[in-house]
Design a protein around this ligand. Structure first.
Ligand code: MG
Ligand code: MG
Length: 260
């Protein structure tokens, strides 16, 4: 499959947008707490994105009704913000997309609500670590299967499971470009990674079984056993030797006010 790498000028615009997305996730994280509704968090993200000269790209995408996907506990991805009131021990996966100067941004983070139980804490830690394992394999000369293998082998060794039905993707003027980037796979298989390709890597990891089902609303993806799921996503540029991150969790993890 031929995937056109991005030019350095295009990458600069994608980088500017990736920073807006990263800051939006941190803005949401500052307000995640017991007693807050996911609709309230969505509203402040929508305003934050627009105040930075971008547009929430999920809103209206194939009919999606909100700026953010807000996926609580057993919802893997694509949950609707709602009047659900977050409570101590929940986890909420926040997925944010923005359009800026014609280019897309897309990243996600799973926040604990207050104090979570030790197994949930481990799920969050393992899922995020698996994302960085994937990024470690996103180098020129590798293939998408190397990324999937890196994620899957790490996650399964920790006793958790990888959702198969959804995957990462290329990013550019469109939210979902080629190549698809599965979170499972075999080394040396899949699309060749070329310097300048911009991709989103986004492991969706379940505490229990890997199988999922689609909610009657046609969007929210639930774990079949209703155990918790976590989702972290970053945008990277494929480079020689080491991928370059465009989005970052630093705005979240260097802010002492955010519980992560
Ligand atoms: Mg996303
Ligand atoms: Mg994505």
């Amino acid at each position: 499959m031929m995937v056109r790498p991005k030019t350095e000028e295009e990458i600069e615009l994608l980088r500017e947008n990736a920073i807006i997305v990263s800051k939006t996730l941190a803005e949401v994280g500052r307000h995640v707490a017991p007693g807050v509704t996911t609709a309230q968090l969505n509203k402040l993200a929508d305003e934050f994105i627009r105040s930075h000269g971008a547009v929430p790209s999920f809103l209206g995408y194939e009919g999606f009704p909100a700026a953010l996907c807000m996926s609580v506990n057993d919802v893997v991805v694509h949950g609707f913000p709602s009047d659900y009131v977050l409570k101590e021990g929940d986890v909420v996966s926040v997925d944010c997309g923005t359009l800026y100067k014609g280019w897309q941004g897309d990243s996600a983070y799973t926040f604990p609500v207050g104090e979570v139980d030790p197994e949930t804490r481990r799920l969050l830690d393992v899922t995020k670590a698996s994302l960085y394992k994937g990024i470690g394999a996103a180098v020129a000369g590798n293939r998408t299967g190397d990324i999937g293998y890196a994620v899957q082998s790490y996650v399964e060794a920790q006793g958790f499971s990888v959702v198969r039905e959804l995957e990462g993707h290329g990013l550019g003027r469109e939210m979902h470009e080629q190549p698809g980037v599965p979170n499972f796979g075999r080394r040396g298989k899949g699309t060749h990674l070329v310097e300048g390709m911009v991709i989103c890597i986004e492991p969706m990891i379940n505490a229990g079984v890997k199988s999922v089902y689609l909610d009657r609303n046609g969007w929210a993806v639930h774990t079949s056993d209703h155990k918790k799921s976590a989702h972290y996503e970053l945008t990277v540029v494929v480079r020689k030797g080491r991928a370059e991150q465009l989005s970052t969790f630093d705005f979240i993890e260097k802010d002492p006010k955010i519980n992560f």
